[in-house]
Ligand binder design. Structure first.
Ligand SMILES: Nc1ncnc2c1ncn2[C@@H]1O[C@H](COP(=O)(O)OP(=O)(O)OP(=O)(O)O)[C@@H](O)[C@H]1O
Length: 962
């Protein structure tokens, strides 16, 4: 550490503000390059730094500080030579060469998997070097999703700490340099950032196991280890941000003020833990200048729902009025610890606490002139700063503060921090020879912030108080991000200006062009503002739980960290300008004093558990007569503030709306699917009905046709004995056929035509319409006429019947079809023979199923009768054939042999032959006859009708069209 000239002893603060006359800079100072594309800006910022140097610390030349961390040097990350495959370059951890001009350092800490309760899936975050980590969207491989984050991204950090990193190692590499600085007189800020359950509180406070103490208790240990024997007398105590005042006797805190109250039940037992506080102690000691004296002061505040509360404040309650505070000095004990706890049946105990205003630090505290207005920083007015003389005492105090935080801020969600907790350790350092000169006293601060978990309200589905909490948490984090963004932009602008106006720079002109950094739009950034625009280093610890489901949230955290790493803590580089008077900052909170009911359980191993019911009243900050907060602060732009509020409101609204819209979409999709299913079912049902109707109609028509045939045969038998007068048969048949066709003409069914139209596309797959028979029947009439002359059937000629087209007997093929739609249907030629004179016994069934039966039946009939039927009979048989509408039968016609024919078929078909009914076959012949004739005519009856004699028995087959 280089020596620095002694400054003019005009103030007690160590704040160094802009000084137009450069005095000294540290030799060997350098700018640590934090990230991509900022090298130029960093150099420019360094140049600016050299032109606007920090005011050297008082007696700094006499402050050689050596760090004896006691850690193995090998344990330190060797990131200097690490090559980062990602888009950004790495910042080596090299505290020895750090300059006070440096970017915000960002360390990533990956939380280990905790146990059975955690998901077993692969972590979506994988370190690829000491400084780079790859994040892969776990859902990108399974299915596509709309995500704001890329499916795989690489983020770089100053250093990455893997899950197995010990607390001591983590502390030494992240916080110890800040501890060293604070003992040297430089302020520092460390904050943890991450989603809920990522390990922020564990990092700051630690766990309960041995060796798991967090960076806060370790910081206290190291400070008190190092100043052992160097304690000051505490004649002066700190006030506001950087001021000091002469203390009265009671202002020094000590063990006596943390005394255990009398007769207090379990709740106050926490004070017993004071003695246990030294269990897990960090033994690291820093070597300090022994010519200095130190006093250490502690404050503990929380920002909850955009209000700042003192966690060391005693709590006012009506019941506690009987135990008034014994002294006006800050008491480290809470009044409510000293009162009997109400039982669960009694009325809840009402506890009230008051929010504290945030005010601008007076210029006099910093020794600044009026021309430097606006750079004095902010402080929490009324926040107690308690002197602590040992680490144990400090830890006990912090424990009390944590308990207050739990009671007031986190009880309803006790496992999660819903407020930002800020512990500030203030060190007053003075040279032994100047201990009575207040202007020689240096004040430095180290603030450790445990930020509330960032989370999206969409995922938590919070409402009421929880929603308000989440909104405010997100608001402060958003404003923090906005501040970083603006700072970065300003610094780049500044660097560019410096680059272009090298040697002719007027920083005041350049600063005029800088944007206003919106620190004042959230309480958190207001309090932390001084670290970014004033003196000091900032370290950000990013906590991540790689097993967490919130990939998007973690991506957001990563982006925030890379933004923060681009920000340089540059004194006066981006100092806020004085703005017009603000009323809006004092806008009413809208809710007034906020009441909450809470229940706390106390007790532990070996202690009686007790439960207390409390009602918490949180009062707003004090306002002046006009309803404004008491503040001498410069105003902020109300428009900007209103815009921030609007952004936050819209964000919350959008989050809810998005959730609602997603739900509605899912609902509509489900409903639509159901409707489509119902419609499909309805259509299927309609189709089924339509086809049934068509089937029935066809069956009916076929029945009619068969009836007509039977009638015709009956009449023919009665009127014209065919055997005796064969010549008359032709005309008679023809007449009868015409008659039959007239009867058979199907009725037009409008419904059916509609159906046919509707299902035209499926025409080829359905049964032929009765209309199809029209054209065919006319063809058959022609054929019948021809049959009267020449047509005969002969099974021996089956192979040649296809060659019929050249014969003048074959009118059927050339007959025009009246139904176009039927033209495409395969024609089934009537099996017949041109060989006249040959016996025609049967109408051959078109169905191959019965082909065997029919052949067997024919042969059997031949064998039985042993004689030839007359030509007249053949002619009549042909007539019957033509009426059987065999054409196209392959599509729809099924031959159903009557019982006897089946028997014959089986008998003559040979051994093992069996008639197998096809699906849909109905012995309609039998049924019809029963209905028409009263009894089923046998084959013999039919033969009698046809031949006029009982001797000419012959099996008869019919084609029935369904
Ligand atoms: N490095 C670690 N090693 C072991 N346990 C850890 C580690 N980090 C976190 N844990 C454990 O994980 C759990 C969650 O951690 P913690 O409470 O610190 O999260 P958080 O980020 O502070 O959550 P919230 O924002 O809700 O307060 C705790 O049980 C803690 O003990």
């Amino acid at each position: 550490m280089s020596s620095k000239p002694k400054p003019t002893a005009t103030r007690s603060s160590t704040r160094i503000k802009t000084n137009p006359a450069p005095t000294a800079t540290r030799p060997g100072s350098r700018i640590a390059v934090a990230s991509r594309a900022v090298t130029t800006e960093a150099s420019a910022a360094a140049a600016l730094k050299k032109q606007v140097p920090r005011r050297p610390l008082h007696n700094r030349a006499n402050s050689p500080v050596e760090i004896d961390t006691g850690i193995d040097k090998k344990a330190r990350p060797a990131s200097r030579n690490t090559k980062v495959p990602g888009p950004k370059s790495a910042t080596p951890i090299d505290f020895a060469h750090d300059d006070d001009r440096e970017p915000v350092k960002a360390f990533l800490r990956i939380r280990p998997r905790l146990g059975d309760g955690e998901p077993t899936s692969e972590p979506y975050l994988e370190p690829i070097s000491d400084t780079a980590v790859r994040m892969t969207d776990p859902e990108s491989s399974s299915h596509s999703r709309t995500s704001s984050a890329n499916s795989a991204s690489i983020y770089t950090f100053s250093h990455i700490f893997p899950p197995h990193t010990q607390q001591s190692e983590f502390f030494n590499n992240t916080t110890l340099p800040l501890v060293k600085d604070v003992l040297e007189g430089q302020s520092g800020l460390l904050f943890t950032y991450g989603v809920t359950n990522s390990g922020k509180t564990y990092t700051i406070q630690g766990g309960s196991e041995e060796g798991s103490a967090g960076i806060l208790p370790r910081t206290l240990d190291v400070i008190f280890n190092s100043i052992e024997g160097l304690h000051g007398d505490g004649k002066y105590h700190p006030v506001r941000l950087n001021g000091i005042e002469l203390a009265d006797d009671s202002s020094s805190s000590g063990r006596s003020q943390v005394s255990k109250p009398h007769g207090v039940p379990a709740l106050a037992d926490i004070l017993d833990d004071l003695d246990d506080a030294g269990m897990d102690i960090d033994s690291t000691t820093l070597k300090l200048d022994r010519n200095h004296e130190y006093t250490v002061w502690l404050s503990y505040s929380e920002v909850y729902n955009e209000k700042v509360y003192d966690l060391f404040a005693s709590v006012d309650s009506p019941e506690s009025s009987c135990q008034p505070s014994q002294s006006a000095v800050p008491r480290p004990t809470s009044t409510f610890l000293n009162i009997p706890l109400p039982s669960s049946q009694s009325h809840p105990l009402l506890l009230t606490r008051k929010a504290l205003p945030v005010k601008s630090s007076p210029l006099s505290d910093s020794g600044l002139s009026g021309s430097e207005a606006g750079s004095a920083g902010k402080y929490v007015a009324g926040l107690r700063q308690i002197r602590v003389k040992s680490a144990a005492e400090a830890k006990a105090l912090l424990k009390l503060g944590q308990m207050h935080r739990r009671v007031f801020g986190t009880l309803a969600n006790s496992q999660s921090s819903r407020s930002h907790a800020l512990v500030t350790i203030k060190v007053l350092r003075v040279h032994r020879g100047e201990r009575n000169d207040p202007s020689s006293i240096q004040t430095s601060r180290l603030t450790l912030v445990d930020l509330a978990g960032s989370e999206r309200t969409k995922h938590t589905h919070t409402s009421g108080d929880r929603l308000r909490e989440a909104g405010n948490i997100n608001k402060s984090l958003m404003v923090l991000g906005q501040c970083m963004e603006t700072l970065r932009t300003n610094q780049r602008t500044l660097a560019r200006s410096l680059g272009t106006t090298a040697g002719r720079m007027d920083t005041r002109d350049v600063k005029k062009g800088l944007a206003v950094v919106p620190f004042r739009h959230s309480k958190l950034t207001e309090i932390l503002m001084d670290y970014f625009v004033g003196e000091g280093k900032a370290v950000m610890i990013v906590n991540v739980n790689p097993y967490d489901t919130g990939f998007d949230e973690n991506s957001h955290v990563m982006r925030f960290s890379s933004l923060a790493r681009d920000v340089y803590t540059a004194p006066a580089a981006a100092a806020p300008r004085a703005l017009p008077s603000v009323k809006d900052r004092n806008r009413p909170s809208g809710v007034g004093p906020h009441r909450r009911k809470v229940t706390i359980s106390m007790g532990g191993a070996g202690r009686k558990a007790s439960e207390a019911h409390l009602e918490v009243l949180e009062e707003d900050e004090e306002h002046d007569e006009d309803g404004h907060e008491e503040d001498d602060d410069g105003p902020i732009n109300p428009l900007v503030d209103a815009l921030f509020d609007e952004i936050e409101r819209l964000r919350t609204q959008a989050s809810h709306t998005l959730y609602e819209v997603e739900m509605r979409c899912a609902l509509v999709e489900a409903e639509t699917r159901e409707e489509v299913m119902e419609e499909m079912e309805e259509r299927m049902h309609d189709m089924e009905k339509m086809f049934k109707r068509r089937l029935m109609k066809e069956v009916e028509q076929n029945e009619k046709m068969m009836d007509a045939k039977i009638d015709m045969l009956n009449r023919s038998k009665m009127r014209h004995p065919l055997v005796d007068h064969p010549d008359e048969g032709g005309e008679t048949d023809e007449h009868m056929q015409d008659e039959f066709e007239e009867q058979e003409e199907p009725e037009e069914d409008p419904n059916e035509s509609d159906d046919a139209e509707t299902y035209k596309s499926s025409e080829s797959s359905r049964s032929p319409s009765p209309l199809a028979g029209k054209g065919q029947k006319k063809i058959k009439r022609g054929t019948t006429r021809a049959n009267n002359r020449v047509v005969h059937s002969d099974f021996a000629d089956e192979d040649t019947f296809d060659q019929r087209s050249d014969g003048d007997d074959w009118q059927m093929d050339t007959a025009p079809s009246q139904s176009d739609s039927r033209e495409e249907l395969p024609r089934q030629p009537v099996r017949a023979s041109r060989a006249s004179g040959k016996k025609h016994d049967f109408v051959e069934a078109p169905s191959p199923i019965f082909e065997v039966d029919v052949k067997a039946g024919k042969m059997a009939a031949k064998r039985k009768s042993g004689r030839e039927p007359s030509d007249k009979l053949s002619s009549l048989q042909e007539t019957l054939e033509s009426l059987s509408l065999q054409e196209n039968a392959r599509d729809s016609t099924v031959v159903v042999p009557n019982k006897k024919a089946r028997q014959d078929a089986v008998t003559h078909g040979g051994e093992g032959q069996q008639h197998v009914s096809q699906k849909g076959e109905v012995d309609t012949v039998k049924k019809k006859k029963k209905r028409q004739l009263g009894r089923a005519p046998t084959d013999e009856d039919m033969a009698t009708i046809l031949l006029g004699t009982s001797q000419d028995k012959k099996p008869l087959r019919r084609s029935v069209r369904h």
